[in-house]
Write a protein that binds this ligand. Structure first.
Ligand SMILES: Nc1ncnc2c1ncn2[C@@H]1O[C@H](COP(=O)(O)OP(=O)(O)OP(=O)(O)O)[C@@H](O)[C@H]1O
Length: 650
């Protein structure tokens, strides 16, 4: 161990010829502060101090700012050169400079954790230098300043002030973990890297640990850590010995991914893991139904379509298309469990703005009645009917095997699922916690949760720090959506003010002359990323639908990779990309006649519904682009999807 020159309290520990660990020692407290190659480790420590912030009380590494003139001393300019430069500067026309923080007071900055030494350097920072500034400041201060610079309110970021243990402050907990004894240290070192990789943001931590007075929802745009919060929430709830937590989401593949992450999070606490059940919601409901009523015989959509055509053949539903009737059944009649003609006349037609006249309604209802009778005579139930029966069962006091339910990707829950969850949460304050982003709703038309009895109003919180995606990719993807989206219950999810924690290259748009040209361009892009050191398994190529998968495979092949390799490039549809993340993403085949999907829009005869479908297609592109961490290429054949223009890509 060597004391590091002028740096107060820092020591260097030699690992091998090249690598050094930087420790900070103070009394009997030892802090493992940094690991790097020799010179970099020394340079890091020489400019750092470890001190609690004077106002917030959070322990911080504070970089010593470069004082004016210091840089010049390092590379002194000759007097002649200096005066020449001064002359040139005087001759050139003045450039309007923008100092985004010039108007901030000391108090405003101290409140959000800006170290005192940095108050003036922050004010003196020009807009173009802002990114470099953030690398030097503690994260809480950088986030607050960035929000201010992009139109947000710095007051929204005022940090907790505490004079207790500076390492216990929520902002300090983003970067430090206190270990009290050797056993704990050993246990921590045995943890996989992924577990170390997540230190919760204070806002995330507060959401995880809070006692709620009813169903609660955490929202936030893609990559803001909603899944992480859901996972930690499940683990937090499972600490109680009597808890039985259902951690769930809408699809089997997402549930499998959650299960793997939950395994990592609870690896050292197997008793917590035992108290958490991870299941797709359909599967959990199926099991519950089987227990309560015996195994259900589920109707397929083929059976429904056949019943509709048979009804039409029997002369019912005059003037209405089979496609309209099927969608009406799926989105409305079955979803809302409409059982008679009166109920049908009253049910809210959100997203389906075709106003049916009374004769048309009667004609439609005769078909649905036919379908219902057919299903009943065959002893089959639809998913919606299964959920509805379970909801009634719970409302009537039926036993539910879980004390808490945590739902991820809640924006894609169906009407029937929400109704069921409302019954789960009814009368039990802390039973339901949901995570989701309505900007990523891709499977259903919007509807009101409150109307179904699931009321999260006043208990909805939005995360605003993006950990997945670079500023550049996030900003481009955000342009696809409005700055705020309000759900059907009037709860607004603001997307403005979200900040990314790192930078990267601007995303690229490639509009090719034809398929072959696109393939070549995508292959070239992929080859360049591979040369940069990106592994094939870190790349995702995403397309709108099954029909474009072949184009994606061909491009991957052209880049010299095996499109079918198990641990190779993932080639999936945008729908299947939900919940995934990759270092490099290519969103391919964004052609004019692919996105929005003309087959989907063609089946719609009504303006209102068309708008909702357009919105969903937009969401798909947003979901696809926000799977990228570092690099994004969006490609298609010219003129390209109409949505691409909104992204304003180069
Ligand atoms: N506090 C944090 N510190 C560091 N990394 C974090 C933190 N919270 C989340 N992450 C990381 O950010 C990435 C995105 O997190 P997560 O998948 O939970 O976001 P999400 O909001 O659910 O995204 P999406 O809406 O796209 O599904 C993950 O790699 C996760 O590990």
């Amino acid at each position: 161990m060597h004391r590091i020159g002028a740096a107060d309290g820092f020591w260097s520990v030699r690992v091998n010829r090249d690598v050094r660990i930087v420790l900070h020692k103070e009394g009997d407290r030892v802090l493992l502060a940094y690991v790097a190659h020799h010179d970099e480790a020394y340079a890091w420590a020489e400019r750092k101090r470890l001190i609690p912030h004077e106002r917030t009380g959070a322990m911080q590494f504070v970089e010593v700012p470069v004082v004016a003139g210091e840089e010049e001393q390092a590379e002194p300019l000759l007097d002649d050169a200096r005066s020449e430069l001064a002359e040139k500067e005087a001759a050139s026309p003045p450039v309007a400079r923008n100092y985004p923080f010039a108007g901030l007071t000391d108090d405003q900055m101290l409140d959000v954790g800006v170290p005192r030494d940095w108050l003036q350097p922050v004010r003196d920072t020009e807009e173009a230098e802002v990114d470099a500034l953030f690398d030097k400041l503690p994260q809480e201060a950088a986030e607050a300043l960035l929000d201010h610079a992009t139109g947000g309110r710095i007051e929204d970021h005022v940090a907790e002030q505490s004079d207790g243990d500076p390492y216990a402050h929520p902002d300090a907990q983003r970067r430090f973990r206190t270990v009290d004894n050797l056993d704990e240290l050993k246990a921590a070192l045995d943890q996989p890297f992924e577990k170390w990789a997540v230190f919760l943001h204070p806002v995330q931590r507060a959401l995880v640990a809070r006692d709620w007075s009813g169903p609660a929802r955490v929202s936030g745009s893609a990559g803001t850590g909603k899944t992480i919060v859901a996972l930690h929430r499940a683990a937090h709830l499972a600490r109680a010995k009597t808890a039985k937590v259902l951690l769930t989401t809408f699809s089997k593949s997402l549930a499998d991914a959650l299960s793997a992450k939950c395994g990592i999070l609870t690896e050292s606490t197997p008793d917590l893991r035992d108290r958490i059940t991870v299941r797709a919601l359909d599967q959990a409901a199926y099991e519950l139904y089987t227990q309560a009523f015996g195994q259900p015989n589920l109707a397929t959509s083929g059976q429904i379509r056949t019943a509709i055509t048979d009804a039409q053949k029997a002369g019912l539903g005059e003037g209405l298309t089979a496609e309209f009737l099927f969608e009406e059944w799926e989105e409305l009649v079955d979803a809302w469990n409409v059982i008679d003609a009166d109920h049908y006349a009253e049910v809210p037609r959100v997203g389906r703005r075709i106003r049916l006249g009374s004769r048309q309604r009667e004609a439609a209802w005769s078909v649905f009645d036919f379908v219902r009778q057919r299903l009943a005579s065959r002893g089959v139930v639809t998913w919606a009917a299964l959920y509805a029966r379970l909801a009634d069962f719970l409302r009537d006091g039926g036993a539910f095997p879980f004390t808490h339910v945590v739902v991820d990707e809640a924006q894609d829950l169906s009407v029937a699922q929400v109704k069921f969850l409302a019954a789960v949460g009814a009368g039990r304050e802390d039973a339901l916690f949901l995570a989701g982003d309505i900007g990523q709703r891709i499977f259903h038309l919007p509807f009101s949760w409150a109307r179904l009895g699931l009321d999260i109003r006043g208990r909805s919180h939005c995360l605003r720090v993006n950990y997945r995606t670079t500023h550049q990719i996030r900003a481009a993807a955000d342009r696809l959506l409005p700055p705020a989206i309000t759900d059907m219950d009037g709860v607004e999810e603001g997307r403005r003010g979200t900040v990314s924690v790192f930078d990267g290259p601007v995303p690229i748009l490639c509009l090719a002359d034809d398929d072959a040209d696109e393939r070549r361009e995508v292959a070239r892009f992929l080859s360049a990323r591979l040369e940069d050191g990106v592994q094939p398994g870190e790349i995702g190529v995403l397309v709108r639908a099954q029909g474009q998968l072949a184009r994606a495979r061909a491009a991957v092949l052209a880049a010299g990779l095996d499109p079918r390799a198990e641990d190779g490039v993932r080639i999936v549809t945008m729908h299947d990309a939900k919940g995934l993340e990759f270092r490099t993403v290519v969103v391919m085949a964004c052609d004019e006649d692919v996105l929005p999907d003309p087959a989907r829009l063609g089946a719609i005869g009504d303006i209102g519904e068309m708008e909702a479908a357009y919105e969903t297609e937009r969401h798909l592109l947003y979901v696809a682009c926000t799977r990228a961490r570092d690099h994004l290429l969006v490609s298609g054949v010219t003129p390209g999807s109409e949505f691409l223009e909104d992204m304003e890509l180069a």
